[in-house]
Every structure is written in C-alpha cells, then in structure tokens.
Design a protein around this ligand. Structure first.
Ligand SMILES: *Cc1c(COP(=O)(O)O)cnc(C)c1O
Length: 410
C-alpha cells in the first residue's frame, strides 16, 4: 500500500472519493465495469503544471492517451492545442471546437486520404518522410490550398530512462536530423507553409535529469535547423517548435512523481538562450498521459471468490480486454501491479495476499497479482488507479466477446 498515489487519495471513511462523491456511487447501481475519469483531477493536474512551467511554454494534449470525446472536449478548454495521430482522432479534435491552426497531426504512415483530409481541414501536418513531403506538395497544388507543415525530426539522441524510445538511431518516426538541411532546399514555399519543427523523443519518463538533458539537446538541434531555415528564406511562416513531451506518471511501487521544478528552471534558461528566428516562435510541449493518466479509475466487480491450492482468487467481470496495460501486456517487460484497491474498503488493516483475475480464458488476464488487500465479498468493487491513459482505447475490447466497459467523465 506504500504507493505514492494511494497516499494522496480522498476518502470518506474507507470509501474512495472521486470528484466529490464515493467512486462506486458514480456507477449508479450498475454492475458493469467502468472507466471513471475525474474532471476535478484533470483540472488539478493541468492547473498545477501550468503554474510550474514557464508561461511562454504552450501546452498541447496528445489525444491518443485518452480520445474519449468528453475528455478531449474538457481538456481542450485548458490547453493551447491538440495533437492527433489519425484522421479518426482529427475528427474528435475538430469536434472539440479547437481551431484547425491549433491541431497538429503526427503519424509515421499517414495514408493519402488522411493527408488530403488534413490539408482540407487546415491542420498542421508533422511530415515524417520525404515521400510525405512530396505528397503534401501535390495535394496542395490539386486542392489549391497551401498545406501547413512541420518537419518531424528524428534526432541523433534519445531520451534516456524512457518507458518508450521514440527517437535516436534508426526509427520509423520522423526524418533523420542529418537529412533535413538538404530536404529544406526542396520545400516549395509557394505550396507549403513551413510552420515549425517537431522533435519528439520518448514517453513515460520520471527522471527530471534525463528530460533536462533531452531538452538541452532538442533546443540545440532546433537552433541549428532553424538557422538553416532562416538562411534559406523559409522562416517567414514559422510559428513553433514542438519539443515533445515524455513526462511520466508513477505506476509501480517505488516510482516517484516527476519533479517539474528543475525541468522548468532549465526550460527558462533554454528559452532565454535562443537566437535568430528561434527567439520569437512558440515552444510547444505535447503531453498525453501526464495530463489524464492519474484522473482515471478503472472499476470492476468481484463476481466469484475461490481458493486454489493455497491461493485466494478474486474473480472479476473486468480484465485484460478492457485494460490491456494493467494486465502487463502493453510494452512492459516484467509485469507489476498498478495501484489496486477495494473501492469501498481502502484500508491497510487485516490485509491478506490475493490474486485478482478477469473472465478471459487466458492466464494473461491478470488484474493484480500477489496483492495485499482486505477480505472482500462477492459484489465488492476493485479499482485500478492510474487508468486514465492508454486504457479503454488501447485494449482489445472485442477479444472473447465480453461486454465493453462503460466510460464516464464526472
Ligand atoms: C504518444 C505520443 C505522445 C503522448 O505520449 P504520452 O506518454 O502519453 O505523453 C505525444 N506525442 C507523440 C508524437 C506521440 O507519439
């Protein structure tokens, strides 16, 4: 129970409270598994982050972390823009009333129809290959509309200690940094508006020092490329450099929340050190899970309790099909438990070690393994914290044909 997130929970007696009400009251008598997303938690997180970051930094929400329309609508009101990774996400972003100029589209294999739709909509395309640049030029000519583009750069460094490496070395993402100077010479500014650069290097990072180093390298690379852009006379439409994100949240025992304050101090210095056309354009940070991950509560019900050769199993109506990442099958090397509790009995008294398993016919369907919880009864609710990002939409919802989880923003 020593998880940092658990220590910060709001309780009414032993009941977990979310957005001002005991969590299980939000289910309104339903037994179905739910994702409950808390507006209060989202707002708290974003307000806190904005207060800590230099005010010149623009904050974008990468909606793939949680693309539920209500969540996107809610977050959109608190950030400066949205980042999407497909045309499906683009439609969600546009439905949130975010202006096209504040939406950017990254994705390593954008299809022709996606490029056409995005150019038509006027959003900014983060160009990920030489072919894509050519296609955008052709589409602009055909449509008679100038495409807004940013070049996604695959830097020659990586974000150390990341949950996921997205840059450095050979990658499917972006254009290698060393190829950019030559490529710039081919940009026809009659048909393409060069809005900026996109340098994204990784995800789920809790190490402030690693992020600071990555920011230093990113600013250095951006300065170099922007000098080239300026020298070629291509700087007139520049608006931003997206320096990526990567801020993580603690999922497992022993992990600590990211300390933003040294990151912020370093950003302040880097902002001040910019020269030339770099000095006057926006710096964008794009975050997904950091904004919404801690605001999500996955709740499922215990439908059976059984013993097997000395172990107690709480069997639930929720599992891997709703919450793949919690099952340990979404990029983890060694499975560990997310912070998991009984929603209406959050106590450390009289705990015993149990296994919690879902309804799927596969041993991979683990909700929690070897976890210390108080005695539960059939009908009690299990809650998995830190479930607001890469949950519902990142799970194999049709696998085995069980009912879907219900999503609610409260
Ligand atoms: C996935 C992704 C993000 C969001 O990552 P988080 O870990 O959720 O913050 C941001 N930008 C790009 C380009 C991505 O691919």
């Amino acid at each position: 129970m020593s998880h940092e997130r658990i220590n910060r929970l709001e309780l009414a007696g032993n009941r977990l409270v979310v957005s001002g009400k005991p969590l299980t009251d939000w289910l309104e008598g339903s037994n179905q598994a739910h994702y409950i997303y808390s507006k209060q938690d989202i707002q708290h997180k974003i307000t806190q982050l904005k207060a800590q970051l230099p005010s010149a930094i623009k904050l974008h929400y990468a909606i793939k972390a949680n693309p539920m329309q209500a969540v996107v609508d809610y977050v959109a009101n608190m950030v400066d823009g949205l980042d999407v990774a497909s045309v499906g996400e683009m439609h969600i972003a546009m439905a949130s009333n975010t202006a096209a100029c504040d939406i950017s589209f990254a994705g390593p294999a954008k299809q022709l129809v996606e490029l056409e739709a995005a150019v038509k909509a006027g959003i900014t395309l983060n160009v990920e290959s030489v072919t894509e640049l050519q296609r955008l030029h052709d589409i602009s000519k055909q449509q008679g509309v100038k495409a807004n583009i940013a070049l996604r750069v695959n830097p020659d460094f990586e974000l150390k200690q990341s949950g996921m490496q997205m840059a450095g070395g050979s990658k499917a993402f972006g254009i290698d940094a060393e190829l950019i100077p030559e490529l710039l010479k081919t940009i026809d500014s009659h048909w393409l508006n060069l809005r900026g650069l996109h340098i994204y290097s990784g995800s789920q990072n809790l190490d402030a020092e690693a992020i600071i180093t990555m920011h230093q390298q990113t600013f250095e690379l951006a300065q170099l490329l922007l000098n080239e852009i300026e020298a070629l006379g291509l700087a007139t439409d520049l608006q931003h450099v997206n320096i990526g994100g990567g801020f993580g949240i603690p999922y497992f025992k022993g992990q600590k929340s990211l300390d933003i304050s040294p990151v912020s101090d370093s950003l302040q210095a880097l902002l001040a050190g910019r020269t030339g056309c770099f000095a006057n354009i926006d710096i964008v940070i794009e975050l997904g899970r950091y904004l919404v991950g801690e605001a999500g509560y996955y709740v499922c019900q215990i439908t059976d309790i059984k013993q097997s050769r000395g172990k107690t199993f709480y069997m639930t109506n929720g599992g891997l099909h709703h919450h793949l990442s919690n099952s340990g099958n979404f990029g983890q090397v060694i499975r560990k438990n997310y912070p998991t509790l009984l929603a209406d009995n959050v106590t450390t008294d009289n705990c015993h070690t149990v296994e919690i398993a879902g309804p799927l016919c596969t041993p991979l369907d683990i909700v929690a393994a070897k976890i210390d919880l108080p005695e539960a009864a059939i009908g009690d609710f299990v809650v998995v914290l830190q479930s607001g990002a890469y949950g519902f939409s990142a799970s194999p919802l049709r696998f085995l044909g069980h009912s879907e989880a219900i999503e609610r923003l409260v």
